[in-house]
Design a protein. Structure first.
Length: 201
């Protein structure tokens, strides 16, 4: 199904426009490290009002597996404020793979040790609390940095590759939940780019 992912950059987006454009689900940036984003609660409320399934993600700032566990606990705290609800489109650990996208910051993938351990710690902490979680990552992250063969075989991947075809099978054998295929999607009523995804499960 057609899914968009949004953050504070889309603070004023109209959810009526999303529905009119055929969007069937929304994934929301919930955490910057351990800090909730400004729009997460409003966006979740809009999803509920419009009958859209939603998911959440943490843009990790973790240096260590312990840091990643702290991020997972903050995600649980955030969900606790929502009554402990399980996000229908999942909880995702966003581990970036393009240092050019972070010109003034550390590249959290290539500049910090043990990306696999950080992914595993985040997911395990949420699993222990009864919440499923997966990884958002791109082609090179999965190919060169994250040892996906060391993760449990049920861990889902939300795959980032801006391409006309999905080459996921070349780099990973874990379950593919969704493919983010562009960051320049457009809909009527919103005069800026959107991240667009095909969602499978």
């Amino acid at each position: 199904m057609k899914v968009v992912d949004i953050s504070d950059w889309q603070e004023r987006i109209n959810f009526d426009d999303l529905v009119a454009a055929g969007v069937k689900g929304v994934i929301i940036k919930a955490l910057n490290g351990t800090k909730p984003t400004n729009c997460v609660y409003d966006f979740i409320a809009e999803c509920r009002q419009h009958g859209l399934p939603w998911g959440v993600y943490c843009y990790t700032h973790a240096w260590t597996p312990d840091d990643a566990r702290c991020e997972a606990q903050e995600m649980l705290n955030l969900l606790g404020l929502l009554g402990g609800e399980t996000p229908p489109l999942g909880i995702w650990y966003d581990i970036e793979d393009d240092p050019k996208s972070l010109p003034s910051r550390v590249d959290w993938l290539t500049g910090v040790d043990d990306p696999t351990g950080r992914c595993s710690a985040f997911i395990s902490e949420l699993n222990a609390a009864g919440q499923a979680a997966g990884i958002y990552a791109g082609y090179y992250a999965l190919r060169d940095y994250i040892a996906t063969n060391e993760l449990a075989d049920y861990v889902p991947i939300w795959y980032n590759q801006y391409n006309s075809t999905c080459d996921y099978g070349e780099v990973c054998s874990l379950p593919l939940a969704g493919w983010q295929y562009t960051n320049t999607g457009r809909i009527d009523g919103w005069n800026d780019d959107l991240d667009m995804n095909e969602w499978y499960k």
